[in-house]
Design a protein around this ligand. Structure first.
Ligand code: XLS
Ligand code: NI
Ligand code: NI
Length: 438
């Protein structure tokens, strides 16, 4: 049975199209800097939101109309969802997906039962991947939903929970390897604390590092060569999460000698929850050679939580793609739509429309960003703004030829310093608007 058979494969019709089931900006094979749009963007479907998200919120029940979930048996439901997922991705031309272990198969009474369920579903996924050529961007383990993780997973005060988490991740890594996943993500859903009054923060963070080291060792053992990612998030569900933001994660990894084994999976809504812009988070990761992948969504800045909305803000997608292009692209990573349709967008077709909206917003952002880069709009300004470091005393500072004494000598009897220049923020913002609006 097909669930989206009333709609043809989504095609590019250009910006004048009024067909809601067509791309207006995403033209998958169009070349940008000699590379296909689809290879710059590498869009991925998040199995959890799109296949299992039901629209519950703390005040209300499920709203989503998902005819494929009518089946009562959980394993049968999981099998049907695999078919639906691949039909859906094929319709949209999504070439990647990402999942948590518990999204694809129901949890059993014991780990052994859960693992058996996974094996059955992974068989089906593997077949569908072969049939369609769709690839796994990354896998992960859900270490936050079950009540056993109430105090955290690898940062739980209870060593049994640490052990359980390790065993669950072991299996999740194995299936990710089996499905040839390009990456494996760690998002510390409950790796943080509610109050320091009951928390040994040092032990918890050291345990988290021990856990990650075990994962690195096990990856070598089984020959998993995908990229490990850590996904920063400052809060929610815990009040304070250890993987707060790019800067925090980078210094944590360096402290524990793990920085060569991990890169960052940066999510737009997490960046804004940390009171940073997404472009700041990406720039910081890229400057430290740690840019890995992107969870492409957007938050509502008037709300203080992770609303995981589909990215439609072209200003933001432009600046995100600008940073991605500037960093030389995403390598093993992609743009994973860690995004859910609004609770009131409950029809199955809203799922298609939301992905089209996100893909179009990113395609438009990519086009604009490539022009900005090509014309050197910001890069030339940067060169000019920092030119004093290319000659004279600036050059000596950069090449570490001078210290405080020499610098004192340099300025002590100088009557006039170089004049400061305008930062030109409004001018640059106006030019950015010209590129966006055209
Ligand atoms: C939640 C996270 C989560 C990760 C994967 O806020 O974004 O969905 O991406 O565990
Ligand atoms: Ni995410
Ligand atoms: Ni999130």
């Amino acid at each position: 049975m097909k669930y989206f058979d009333k709609i043809d494969k989504i095609k590019y019709e250009g910006s004048k199209s009024s067909n809601p089931f067509a791309f207006k900006y995403y033209n998958s094979n169009e070349l940008i800097f000699g590379k296909k749009m689809k290879d710059h963007l590498k869009f991925s479907m998040a199995y959890w939101h799109t296949m299992t998200g039901k629209g519950v919120d703390p005040f209300g029940a499920e709203t989503m109309e998902r005819p494929w979930d009518d089946e009562q048996d959980e394993m049968e439901k999981a099998k049907i969802r695999v078919k639906v997922a691949f039909e859906f991705m094929e319709k949209l031309g999504l070439e990647y997906f990402a999942f948590h272990d518990r999204d694809i198969a129901p949890e059993g009474e014991t780990l052994s039962e859960s693992n058996k369920n996974l094996d059955v579903i992974v068989d089906l996924i593997e077949k569908e991947m072969k049939r369609t050529g769709i690839k796994l961007l990354w896998g992960t383990a859900n270490l936050f939903y079950n009540k056993r993780f109430v105090n955290g997973a690898s940062t739980s005060p209870n060593a049994d929970i640490f052990a359980f988490s390790a065993a669950q991740v072991k299996k999740a890594m194995e299936i990710t390897k089996r499905l040839n996943g390009a990456g494996y993500t760690f998002w510390g859903g409950r790796e943080g604390y509610e109050t320091l009054l009951n928390t040994d923060m040092k032990l918890e963070q050291d345990n988290f590092a021990r856990f990650l080291k075990m994962a690195v060792v096990y990856a070598k053992e089984i020959g998993f060569e995908g990229q490990f990612y850590i996904e920063p998030k400052p809060k929610e569900p815990t009040k304070h999460q250890y993987d707060y933001d790019s800067a925090t994660v980078i210094s944590f990894l360096r402290k524990h000698g793990l920085d060569k084994d991990f890169k960052l999976n940066i999510e737009t809504n997490h960046a804004t929850l940390a009171m940073h812009t997404m472009n700041h988070e990406i720039r910081l990761a890229a400057d430290n050679d740690m840019l890995g992948s992107v969870d492409a969504n957007q938050g509502d800045l008037l709300l203080g939580w992770d609303t995981d909305q589909f990215p439609t803000n072209v200003y933001d997608t432009t600046l995100t793609m600008y940073e991605v292009l500037r960093a030389g692209g995403l390598k093993s990573g992609g743009l994973n739509f860690d995004a859910k349709v609004k609770r009131s967008s409950f029809t199955k077709n809203d799922l298609l429309i939301a992905h089209i909206a996100g893909m179009d917003a990113y395609a438009a952002g990519l086009r604009i960003a490539s022009k900005l880069l090509e014309d050197g709009v910001f890069e030339n300004n940067l060169k000019d703004r920092y030119r004093s470091y290319n000659e004279g005393i600036g050059k000596q500072i950069v090449s570490k030829e001078v210290g405080f004494k020499e610098l004192e000598e340099y300025v002590m009897n100088k009557k006039e310093l170089e004049k400061n220049e305008s930062g030109k923020q409004e001018l640059l913002e106006a030019i950015l608007n010209q590129y966006i609006i055209g």
